[in-house]
Write a protein that binds this ligand. Structure first.
Ligand SMILES: Nc1ncnc2c1ncn2[C@@H]1O[C@H](COP(=O)(O)OP(=O)(O)OP(=O)(O)O)[C@@H](O)[C@H]1O
Length: 448
């Protein structure tokens, strides 16, 4: 019989849910506090734990990390009266199976438990741990093009230092992937790499995400939250689309970088942090400084070194390496063999403009591999229309040699006049204001 531990500081939930699960065929133990649960967990193991996130004494994340270290195979489902998406995301990242909001519906909780017990425990997301970084580096393509070589020469120089770096490049050129590579090549590699997408954070959320908050600091701050700077302590923080931060948050950020300490929202004390910052933008940050939407002092603080990531078209010589790498990845994911690109597809790839850069190439290959039969070659009919249409459009707009344009115009006019004068060459030459000999030469030149 599978053993379930229910942890909730509400006795009625423990009682009702416990009875229901017992009737459904499970052995149930209940705990009314986090501390009581930890004592129970020290003595016995459970197949599954249903845990209220807001326990009176310790918070759900602490319980989860304890379970993860004591019994990595135990599945944890969280329940909470507050449907906070960020909390749910954080818990799932830490390895929780699911996050259910109260009120609890018996059929839903039973279905979730059955589903959870029928599969293996989801692995804790390793985005900040070493194994994923190594996998990432395995798949990373440096390239041999002149622009890639120049970029990686600079990366090799700056990575081992503690310099702040600004990475500038079009969307999808691999700015975040490059920031991870810099972290992996630095002495901070065994510590956390924390990536924050400043472009998707609201003004209110940004400060709390970056610097953390204390319980009750503002409406909705239901528990203490560590900020990205604290999580990245000793490691690297990657601030993507930094140009989107509000002026006020830019000011906090500058202070954090200058003082090398962080103050949570609602906290009086500062905490010393040692974090390297890598910021990225696909806009020209200095232009934003000129337009007064980005603080000049912060810009100079971040700009200890700047890397320009080339667009895919600027490093088109790396296309075969990137394509091979993405095909290999798709082969593993789809469990099939792909025999590379047909000649036509290669042509199309070299002529396309790749506005979405490496990300677009990666997606195009993924899609094409899915559409291609096992053992076959990728053909043009498995490419998206924007690539095949782009080539058609370009063909019709191919520049024509100027002398041919002139010849074509002369040919048309000579034919028109000859038809008008019933192919009398003397009359035609006179109307065209050329002598007969010139007309004969022209007729020869235009194959008439
Ligand atoms: N050199 C590379 N080798 C292999 N894959 C790469 C490389 N560069 C980027 N990628 C892949 O391309 C995709 C886009 O990369 P990434 O997210 O780093 O781009 P970005 O410039 O940060 O994008 P955005 O501007 O939209 O934030 C990712 O899936 C990444 O793994």
């Amino acid at each position: 019989m599978k053993k379930i531990l229910i942890i909730d500081d509400d006795p009625s939930i423990c009682k009702i849910l416990g009875k229901f699960l017992q009737k459904s065929g499970y052995e149930v133990v209940t705990a009314l506090s986090g501390k009581q649960a930890l004592l129970l967990l020290k003595k016995q193991s459970f197949h599954l734990v249903v845990c209220d996130y807001n326990l009176g004494d310790i918070n759900g994340l602490e319980v989860l990390s304890k379970i993860n270290s004591l019994y990595p195979q135990t599945i944890v489902i969280f329940i909470s009266g507050y449907g906070n998406i960020q909390t749910a995301v954080d818990l799932v990242k830490e390895g929780a199976f699911h996050f259910l909001t109260k009120p609890l519906y018996p059929d839903i909780i039973l279905k979730t438990i059955e589903e959870a017990l029928s599969q293996k425990k989801p692995e804790k997301e390793k985005s900040q741990s070493k194994p994923k970084q190594q996998v990432n580096q395995d798949k990373y393509v440096k390239g041999n093009s002149a622009s890639a070589k120049k970029l990686f020469k600079h990366v090799a120089l700056v990575a081992p230092t503690d310099y702040s770096v600004i990475i500038h490049g079009e969307t999808g050129t691999g700015k975040e992937a490059l920031a991870r590579l810099i972290h992996e090549q630095s002495k901070r590699r065994s510590q956390n790499f924390v990536a924050i997408d400043c472009g998707s954070l609201s003004k209110e959320l940004a400060a709390s995400e970056l610097f953390g908050h204390m319980k009750g600091a503002f409406t909705g701050a239901l528990q203490d939250k560590k900020g990205a700077f604290e999580i990245a302590d000793g490691g690297t923080i990657f601030l993507d689309e930094i140009g989107n931060l509000s002026y006020e948050v830019q000011m906090y950020l500058l202070r954090t970088l200058q003082e090398k300490s962080v103050r949570c929202i609602g906290e009086v004390k500062e905490k010393v942090v040692d974090v390297r910052v890598i910021a990225a933008s696909n806009e020209d940050l200095y232009e934003k400084v000129r337009q007064k939407s980005f603080r000049e002092d912060l810009y100079h603080r971040l700009n200890e070194f700047k890397l320009e990531v080339p667009s895919l078209c600027e490093r088109i010589d790396d296309l075969p390496l990137l394509v091979n790498s993405f095909i290999s990845q798709a082969e593993v994911q789809l469990d099939k063999k792909i025999k590379g690109l047909s000649v036509q597809v290669k042509e199309l790839f070299y002529h396309y403009s790749w506005p979405g850069n490496i990300r677009e190439l990666q997606n195009v290959i993924k899609r094409a591999c899915l559409l291609t039969e096992d053992g076959a070659q990728i053909e043009a009919d498995s490419l998206p229309l924007e690539i095949t249409d782009f080539s058609e459009m370009n063909k019709s707009q191919q520049p024509v040699e100027l002398k041919n344009v002139i010849l074509e115009a002369q040919k048309n006019e000579i034919i028109r006049v000859l038809e008008k004068v019933n192919y009398n060459k003397t009359k035609a030459a006179s109307l065209l204001k050329i002598d007969r000999k010139t007309l004969y030469n022209k007729l020869k030149e235009i194959n008439l």
